[in-house]
Write a protein that binds this ligand. Structure first.
Ligand code: CA
Length: 91
C-alpha cells in the first residue's frame, strides 16, 4: 500500500539526516531534547509534507521505541530513516 503523502512545497536544497533532525529539533520548545508526536506532525507539515493523520501517527509510534509519547534524539534517527522510505529524499 502506498504511503498517503502530499508534497505541498518543493524542498529545493539537499538535506542531510542531521539537517532534518535540526529542523525537527526546532520544535523542541522547552529544549528537553525531545518533541511530542504532535510536534513531529507539525514539523513535517511546515517542511511541506502532509501525511494522512493516521500514517503520521503510525510513523511516530514506530519511532517512539520506549513508548513515552515523545521522540528523543535517538528516536529521531529512526524517524528520519523511516521518512526516507516515504520517498522523502534525504541526500
Ligand atoms: Ca520516546
Amino acid at each position: 500500500m502506498p504511503w498517503c503523502i502530499f508534497i505541498t512545497r518543493r524542498v529545493s536544497y539537499p538535506l542531510s539526516d542531521e539537517q532534518v533532525k535540526g529542523m525537527l529539533m526546532k520544535y523542541d520548545k522547552n529544549r528537553d531534547g525531545r518533541i511530542s508526536k504532535q510536534q513531529v506532525r507539525l514539523a513535517f507539515k511546515e517542511m511541506g509534507l502532509h501525511f494522512c493523520r493516521w500514517k503520521a501517527g503510525k510513523a511516530a509510534r514506530f519511532a517512539d521505541k520506549n513508548g513515552d509519547g515523545y521522540i528523543n534524539e535517538d528516536e529521531m534517527s529512526e524517524l528520519v530513516h523511516y521518512a526516507s522510505k516515504w520517498g522523502f529524499r534525504i541526500y
